[in-house]
Ligand binder design. Sequence first.
Ligand SMILES: *Cc1c(COP(=O)(O)O)cnc(C)c1O
Length: 728
Amino acid sequence: MTNLESAHATPMDACSTANELYEKCLGLAGNLWWSWNGDVAGIFRDLDPVRWRALNHNPIALLQEFTPQRLAERANEMVLYNKINHAFRQLKSYIANRHTWAANHGGVLGSRPVAYFSAEFGIHESLPIYSGGLGVLSGDHIKSASALGVPLVAVGLFYTQGYFRQHLDDSGMQVEEYVETDIRYLPVRPATNREGEPITVSIETRNGNLMAKVWKMMVGRVPLYLLDSNVEGNSPEDRQLTSRLYGGDERTRIRQELVLGIGGVAALHELGIQPGVYHLNEGHSAFGPLQAIYQRMQETGLPFDETVRQVASETVFTTHTPVPAGHDRFSAELIQEHLGPMADKLGLNHEQLMSLGRIAPNNSNESFCMTVIGLKLSRTANAVSQLHGHVSRRMWSELWPWRVEEEIPIGHITNGVHTDSWMADPMKALCDRYFPTNWHEKHGEPDTWQHIYDADPGELWETHNALKTMLVNFMRHRLASQIERRQGTPTQIERAKRMFDPQTLTIGFARRFATYKRANLIFSDLDRLADIMNNTRRPVQIMFAGKAHPKDEPGKEFIREIAQLQNDPRFADKVVFLENYDVNVCRHMVQGVDIWLNNPRRPLEASGTSGQKVVLNGGLNLSILDGWWNEAFNGVNGFAIGNGSIHASNEIMDRRDAESLYEVLEQQVVPLFYDRDVDNLPRHWVERMMNSISTLAWRFSSHRMVMDYTNLCYVPAAGGLSSNMPKH
Ligand SMILES: *Cc1c(COP(=O)(O)O)cnc(C)c1O
């Protein structure tokens, strides 16, 4: 790293100063810390706003387009010298700071960190290693672990193509495109062992070894290790294995999970890292404990059963899926092929191995379920919201047939979001004016957010409106290029650039287009919706985004329906579908909408986190009482659709929920939004914004979530104690 002090030293020759400045910029780009610090991202943007956007906000790719001399000139022009030096010093002091929350609360974790496994990490749009909610949750988890100083290392897979890019064709059909990212533009370097040598792990299967190399990326204080099967010695097919998320078939999937779980634990061993706790975020990594058990048996010479007990007491398992079909299952053949050698090493026969993944151990008709092995090889297990806890205890009760449902050992820790990543800079600036100075370290504490009531309502409203205008501009720009790409007419492009009115009540809906999320529920009665939206005094406009899984035909059909409504004169210019939902599109939407609509079929949404991002920016949630909203809504901090009742018939449930949705829009949302005082300020609406921020921002912050994981899971597991996680 560059010497900080020399930046202040007097006359140096221009060339070495330029080189030094360039090095500092590379240093900033090399730690993802920049991605949640607006001032630092602002430096990169100011270097070249047009290229910054074109390069999908990738600072390394941007810097490659500059020579040190050109960078120095540009920094002079834009007065960036001090900003760069300041940011660089801040990063250093952030990394060095030892006075963190975990210094007081992370006790026993000390030298034996938590190893956090996840199949995806959503950290920033420029890193293609996530697809959606699970990934963003993992990203937010490690960002908060970094802020709180929780000793944690993360393990994932290195996808160079990631999830697909989405376009719509003229008919509104989703087109998927995979793009290879150049490794030189990613902030990774080969992970090395204590001798400084790059490491490779090798996983035995019945038909040869599967190898992976390991990359390292820094997310604040947290190292993220990514396994990559693109190495010499692997078959051409295996070299592609980790290039895409959730592609391929069952075989691709089990091999990816082998690399993540078994390869991941082996990689930590090679790196000389001895985890005190294993946290398996969803079942994808649940083969990992087998490798940990094997390593422990080698070290201690203890038998399998005793070692299982030890490793399980150090293992935390988080389940995310309330849909039975959403849990990975593998056939006996696939398991035998891929885990046969591991079973041999552990001294297990095939049936014993299979029984680890079965609810009924001896039922030879049962396939091998990753959630079952996750639950069996961990002593602490949790769901991701209170309601999801109930659903999960019921769903897995057969694993503990002698227990009543409330005593099934699956608790819950509700998901949260990383405030600094999702709150817009103007909102942060507003909070800076009214909150205690150290509030960035206290996102997870209720007192912090009470200060929102100190803010001037007009100021909060203006801030929100500025964000909404930014969203509308973003949308117009994206829409215009979407139309351009489809070879639309100049008139169509001009129209796109005037679409939407920033004064109008704006609803956002963006998520994965799985059918249970019912993206088209609001279109159940088009005439009634047209009446709501086209009221000239109280108009409404809606913005959609979201990808359907490439194999989910009904999900794609939903997208097509919505895209085609843009041609219906009643909805033209008022309904918009934005392509390629990703962290960038999400950030703009959650920061700018008035209302965030969420209408899944209860209780199929495990938690949901996008609505939590909206809270931070002054938007209000309008949601079914499912996932996090079921425990968040208090009558005055947003709006509820329905009363939480469910029905065995989807048709009846959908009809009922649609009716309630229209009613709430007509009777509550629209009137409240357009109820203005003499200054055109919607006082009661702003009051609700403040209620939302003060009651929800801290509870659904990933700082609170990581503090809960630390107190309720990590510290007990590292000390060999059971957790007493809430079950009700
Ligand atoms: C936050 C986020 C999600 C998760 O949102 P849900 O509310 O769970 O649907 C999905 N995708 C992206 C890109 C996100 O940023």
